[in-house]
Design a protein around this ligand. Structure first.
Ligand code: PAF
Length: 303
């Protein structure tokens, strides 16, 4: 499908099986919880590019109760189904699978779930200890139901993406996981469905998160602690609404402990006026290869 045509929308397992029985290959999926925005659209475009005009793209829309704790925002999570389907049409999605919780969990609570391992308890897992168990379980279920060649996930949820990659490797799931770049608003704020919760003032304050990340990237030449300190300095500046830093950390690209120098990832979660916002970016720890090369040749950089 290449021009804008309304995708087929199915809500049941039977409807999905019928649609997939005639769906061409290769196939890609973009899993979402709805509340779609331009960054989701970008992931759908990546999915289309991966499978080509003759391939098949599915978007799932499912607010997965298993990944929300009782105290979290499951009930008020934005639900914008008609607009979501319209976006899928614009991005030449062939099929929208939008099951209800009963369809996904016909036996009620899942008794057997996917254990995210130790990484699931760090960073996001500290405040949300059951979150990744819920995410990995539903992602595994969608991969089983859809059997896609590719599944595209945004890098904004970097820990989620890392854990999904780990899961498909460890469980021998034959789907290629593809990361899509973080979509950003004009201010640089990472796009998120939860940005809808921000008041105009809170949104302005939240826009300092990408500034803090840029400061962290600049500070990374001095090592991990310098990177974190530079990030925190921006985040801790006085603000018109509450800013609570949940964590700022530097890891290696696979979210293991950070190396002394070289490629790493700066990750953070900040609660701005009650809304949890995640962001991350690559950082280069230690002196850059360029400055290292200069100093090793005695170049003082004045030429
Ligand atoms: O990133 C999300 O929107 C969700 O965690 C996902 C991957 C769709 C699973 O519910």
């Amino acid at each position: 499908m290449t021009s804008e045509t309304k995708p087929l929308v199915v809500e049941t397992r039977e409807g999905l099986a019928r649609a997939l029985a005639v769906a061409p290959k290769p196939r890609a999926v973009v899993m979402t919880m709805g509340g779609l925005h331009a960054a989701h659209g970008g992931l759908m475009t990546i999915a289309r590019d991966l499978v080509g005009a003759e391939g098949h793209v599915t978007t799932t829309i499912f607010v997965n109760p298993l990944q929300f704790a009782a105290t979290e925002d499951l009930g008020k999570y934005p639900r914008t189904f008609d607009a979501d389907v319209a976006m899928c049409a614009q991005r030449s999605v062939d099929l929208v699978f939008a099951p209800t919780p009963d369809v996904m969990y016909p036996n009620g609570d899942a008794a057997v779930t996917v254990d995210p391992g130790s990484l699931g308890q760090l960073y996001e897992g500290v405040a949300r200890p059951t979150h990744f168990r819920g995410v990995l379980t539903v992602v595994a279920k969608f991969l089983q139901l859809l059997q896609p060649d590719f599944a595209v996930f945004g890098e904004k949820d970097y820990q989620q993406l890392t854990l999904i990659r780990q899961m498909v490797a460890d469980l021998d799931i034959p789907t290629q996981i593809v990361g899509g770049p973080i979509g950003r608003e004009e201010s640089g704020l990472a796009m998120s469905t939860r940005n809808k919760y921000l008041s105009p003032v809170a949104r302005e304050v939240a826009a300092r998160i990408p500034v803090a990340i840029a400061a962290g990237q600049a500070g990374a030449a001095g090592g991990t602690q310098a990177c974190i300190d530079a990030t925190l300095e921006v985040l801790h500046a006085p603000a018109a609404v509450s800013v609570e830093v949940e964590y700022v950390a530097v890891t290696d690209p696979l979210m293991r402990p950070a190396p002394e120098s070289g490629e790493a990832r700066l990750i953070l979660t900040v609660i701005v006026d009650g809304t949890r916002l995640l962001d991350n970016a690559p950082v280069q720890l230690g002196p850059s290869a360029e400055s290292g090369a200069r100093s090793s040749t005695g170049d003082d950089g004045t030429e």
